[in-house]
Design a protein around this ligand. Structure first.
Ligand SMILES: [Zn+2]
Length: 121
C-alpha cells in the first residue's frame, strides 16, 4: 500500500507514468534535476551513467523514454539489459523502439565492482 501511495504521489509530481517509473528506480531528485536542467520532460538527449548494467525493468524505461546513451561499469549478471539472455537495452527486433541506445559498458569496471562489494557490506 505504501508503494502505491508513493507511485501516486510521483504521478502527481510528474504527470507521466514512464517518468514515475524512472523516478521510482533512480530517485525523484535525479529526474526532477534532469527536467529542470533541460526545461522539458523529453529525456532523449540524455546520457545515463550508472555503476551497474541496467536491469530489465530499467532497460524498459530507458527504451521507452528514449534516453540516448547509457554508460555503466559492472555487468549485472543474469538480469542485465545488455549481457543477459534478454538484452532489452540493445534489442533491435522490438518495433515500438525505433531509437537505438548507445551503450558503453565496462567504464571503471574494477572500481564499480569494488564499490558494489563495499555497498553489500
Ligand atoms: Zn533496474
Amino acid at each position: 500500500m505504501a508503494a502505491a501511495k508513493y507511485l501516486k504521489a510521483l504521478h502527481n509530481e510528474f504527470g507521466d507514468w514512464l517518468l514515475v517509473i524512472a523516478a521510482y528506480n533512480s530517485g525523484p531528485g535525479y529526474v526532477l534535476k534532469a527536467i529542470k536542467k533541460s526545461g522539458t520532460k523529453d529525456l532523449s538527449d540524455y546520457v545515463l551513467y550508472t555503476t551497474v548494467e541496467p536491469c530489465f525493468m530499467c532497460s524498459y524505461v530507458i527504451r521507452e523514454t528514449r534516453i540516448a546513451r547509457v554508460v555503466f561499469g559492472a555487468k549485472a549478471g543474469g538480469i542485465g539489459g545488455v549481457y543477459s539472455p534478454y538484452p532489452l537495452l540493445t534489442a533491435t527486433d522490438i518495433s515500438r523502439w525505433q531509437t537505438l541506445v548507445q551503450v558503453d559498458g565496462g567504464l571503471l569496471e574494477t572500481d564499480c565492482l569494488q564499490w558494489l562489494q563495499k555497498a553489500k557490506g
